[in-house]
Design a binder for this molecule. Structure first.
Ligand code: S3P
Length: 448
């Protein structure tokens, strides 16, 4: 479903309702990309259920199809992936357009590296500015070559190789995308490919590899880091994959319920991975009532049903080591901070500058436009909350073509006396195409 380019967010008296994974909350975007990539190399046919229906994941599917992987669409979120089972990816006829999707781009680099094909990739204006050096460095060591501009941004051409070299890579910055890129290259590379992460990042690639029986070992270190090693070339049988709901999408409604007085919502079937649930724990630490109603597992991932109830919110201070577990949720948490009592401090947000937009700048500019006292000091975001008082609103917001900035500002509009107008909201379709209809269903009544 297309999303309107302009969304208007109104103040709500309270929010009520139940949001169910796949119907209301899209499938987890990170797991969806990985499910497609790993199913592509399995032996046999994988049925994927609950795939994220946004444009980013569609770009991963299109890229794989262009390289010879047959994928059948069986309706929203359901796919049949015919695995290559040991045969090679084929040379795509044309350059591949990857839209706004950084995850597709960086994972694809690793996927292409162990095959003798040359693939030109390009993206939209935002993706064309994002740093690719972090992906290029390890893949070059494995034998891929890259034709790029001096900034090492898209468009670029990746030349894979039929004789890739296994690699031990120490991550210079925490990045689940780069880690996954190297591990995906590793499954089609002879020998042991390993990645050392000084700071752990989301582990969905490892979880899915483990579920599929790919020989991956994890060694934890006393320092808090870990080393992941995969033995290639490996053959593994296709196994059906169910994708849980995306907590990074659900968090916008959790914040909406947290900041809108007298609200109570239920969210069912979301990914409750320890690497992805931190924002809900932070909301709880700030005072929101978060009740876990049910916990279960799907394909090695933890899943939860939650109830979120509004309460007085207090400010919070978050240190830099929290950043990998909250990286996609800071825009939503900044909105919670804007409604809280006291001044919240979020440290170590450097990586936020390299997302779909410079999110640190986007949060600062837009909260300022809405009359919130906010400051950026180097990589620290400081937000003075309104102590639960409504903001004035009545402003038009530029979301810098960033889906998470757009959704965060829409949620902030729920406590604004005058509507907040979100321009360029169609970018939300990259991760959550039906966001506005789900929000409208939750909105019980406009506040007077
Ligand atoms: C992602 C990892 C994170 C996150 C991004 C998705 C992934 O980026 O911000 O939205 O699916 O691996 P990093 O690579 O910076 O960890």
């Amino acid at each position: 479903m297309a999303i309107n380019n302009t969304l208007i967010s109104y103040r709500q008296s309270h929010l009520r309702g139940t949001l169910v994974a796949h119907k209301d909350i899209p499938g987890d975007k990170s797991i969806s990309h990985r499910a497609l990539f790993l199913a592509a190399f399995a032996t046999g046919i994988t049925e994927i259920d609950g795939l994220n229906t946004g444009e980013d994941v569609a770009h991963t599917q299109l890229a794989l199809e262009a390289m010879g992987v047959k994928i059948e669409n069986l309706g929203a979120g359901k796919r049949l992936v015919h695995g290559l089972g040991g045969t090679n990816l084929t040379q795509p006829k044309n350059p591949l357009y990857l839209g706004n999707s950084g995850t597709t781009t960086r994972l694809l680099g690793g996927v292409i590296t162990p095959f003798p094909i040359a693939v030109t990739i390009y993206g939209d204006a935002s993706l064309s500015q994002r740093p690719m050096r972090r992906m290029i460095l390890p893949l070059k060591e494995m034998g891929a070559t890259f034709e790029t501009n001096t900034n090492e941004t898209l468009p670029l051409t990746i030349r894979g190789t039929s004789t890739p070299a296994a690699l031990h890579y120490v991550m210079p910055i925490p990045s689940a995308q780069v880690k996954s890129s190297v591990l995906l290259a590793g499954i089609n590379t002879q020998g042991v490919t390993s990645v050392h992460e000084p700071l752990k990042t989301r582990d969905h690639t490892e979880k899915l590899m483990d579920y599929l029986g790919i020989p991956l070992t994890t060694t934890s270190h006393a320092s808090g880091g870990q080393t992941l090693s995969v033995v290639g070339k490996c053959h593994y049988a296709a196994k059906n994959i169910t994708v849980p709901g995306d907590p990074s999408a659900a968090v916008f409604f959790a914040v909406a319920a947290a900041i809108t007085p007298h609200s109570c919502i239920t969210i069912e079937g979301i990914n409750w991975s320890p690497y992805r649930r931190r924002a809900f724990e932070v909301l709880e630490m700030m005072g929101t009532k978060v009740t876990i109603l049910r916990r279960t597992q799907i394909c090695g991932e933890e899943i939860a049903d939650l109830r979120i109830e509004s309460n007085t919110l207090n400010s919070i201070t978050l240190e830099a080591q929290e950043a990998p577990s909250l990286i996609d949720e800071y825009p939503a948490l900044a909105v919670a901070a804007a409604a809280a009592r006291g001044t919240s401090i979020f440290r170590g947000l450097r990586e936020l500058r390299y997302k779909e937009s410079n999110r640190l700048e986007g949060i600062f500019r837009n909260l300022s436009t809405c009359g919130i006292e906010v400051r950026v000091d180097d990589d620290t975001l400081i937000v003075k909350g309104t102590s639960g008082l409504p903001i004035f609103g009545g402003v038009t917001i530029n979301v810098f073509k960033d889906h998470r900035i757009a959704m965060a500002l829409y949620i902030l509009g729920m406590i604004a006396r005058n509507p907040i107008i979100i321009q360029g909201a169609d970018c939300i379709a990259s991760s959550f195409p039906h966001f506005s209809s789900v929000s409208e269903n939750l909105s019980f009544m406009r506040a007077a």
